[in-house]
Design a protein around this ligand. Structure first.
Ligand SMILES: Nc1ncnc2c1ncn2[C@@H]1O[C@H](COP(=O)(O)OP(=O)(O)O)[C@@H](O)[C@H]1O
Ligand SMILES: [Mg+2]
Length: 244
């Protein structure tokens, strides 16, 4: 497998606590990687470092073989990286449509929201609204949506960005089976299109269905990596993660 992202000896600490501790790991290109591990093992922190929200104290990041000390938020568009958040980052008082257009507009100029009827994003917007099944809610404020619809809207925002690398932080948590199925289908479609997916998820059943590769974190270090089947067989993983 080709590598899309590699981190080498990465460290990120919070007041002395090493949330990421000299971590070296590779994320393969064009497949879905599950990022798993107990609560507090550093999964979200790793995602935050790789999406420019946090600067690491040490280490090197390679994306598509380009070398970085850190990722800055304004680099995400060029690196074709999109993400969702564990806690929703929608703008409640804005419509579904505007929430979808915002990440596109953010990267250029706020005013492009006003141009939404004339620009090329209109077609994309229709396709994404269809995919996330929110067409009939397009003019409703995000704050009026159900929890599941909000999760779908967040994923819709990543789809608007024509990214190559998608980070999803616990996209399935708290969802009813129908929404889980919808999101699985969206992710399968991204995989078919050759995109690189990194998914933080606790449900091993979903990881097995969706992921080609799994990296297990524990205390900010790599406990195990491999196919879902390989990782699930690993004794250390079973102890640390599954409590067996
Ligand atoms: N902004 C922060 N400030 C201080 N400590 C943090 C911060 N973010 C995360 N941590 C700590 O870093 C560790 C890893 O957290 P996190 O990456 O959120 O874990 P996970 O996503 O695997 O549950 C935890 O001990 C957490 O309390
Ligand atoms: Mg987390």
């Amino acid at each position: 497998m080709e590598t899309m992202i590699k981190v080498e000896n990465l460290t990120k600490q919070f007041m002395g606590l090493k949330a990421i501790d000299d971590l070296t790991v590779e994320i393969p290109a064009g497949v879905a990687t599950g990022l798993i591990g107990p609560n507090g093992s550093g999964k979200t922190t790793l995602m935050n470092v790789l999406t420019g929200l946090l600067s690491p104290e040490a280490g090197t990041i390679f994306i598509n073989e380009r070398r970085f000390r850190k990722i800055k938020p304004n680099m995400l568009r060029r690196l074709k990286i999109a993400r969702t958040f564990q806690d929703s980052r929608l703008i409640e008082q804005m419509s579904v449509e505007d929430n979808l257009l915002l990440p596109v507009a953010e990267n250029r100029c706020w005013h492009s929201l006003a141009e939404r009827n004339t620009n090329a994003y209109r077609e994309k917007l229709e396709a994404v609204l269809e995919t996330i099944r929110l067409k009939q809610y397009r003019n409703k404020n995000a704050g009026e949506l159900s929890y599941g619809q909000r999760k779908l809207l967040e994923i819709g925002r990543t789809l608007m960005q024509n990214a190559e690398i998608y980070f999803f932080d616990e996209p399935f948590t708290g969802l009813f089976p129908e929404a889980v199925g919808q999101i699985l289908a969206i992710m399968q479609k991204l995989k078919t299109a050759g995109k690189t997916l990194i998914i933080i998820e606790h449900n091993m059943n979903l990881i097995e269905r969706l992921c080609d590769y799994v990296a297990v974190l524990d205390h900010g270090t790599l406990l195990a990596e491999g196919t879902p089947a390989e990782v699930l067989k690993n004794e250390q993983v079973r102890e640390a993660y599954l409590g067996k």
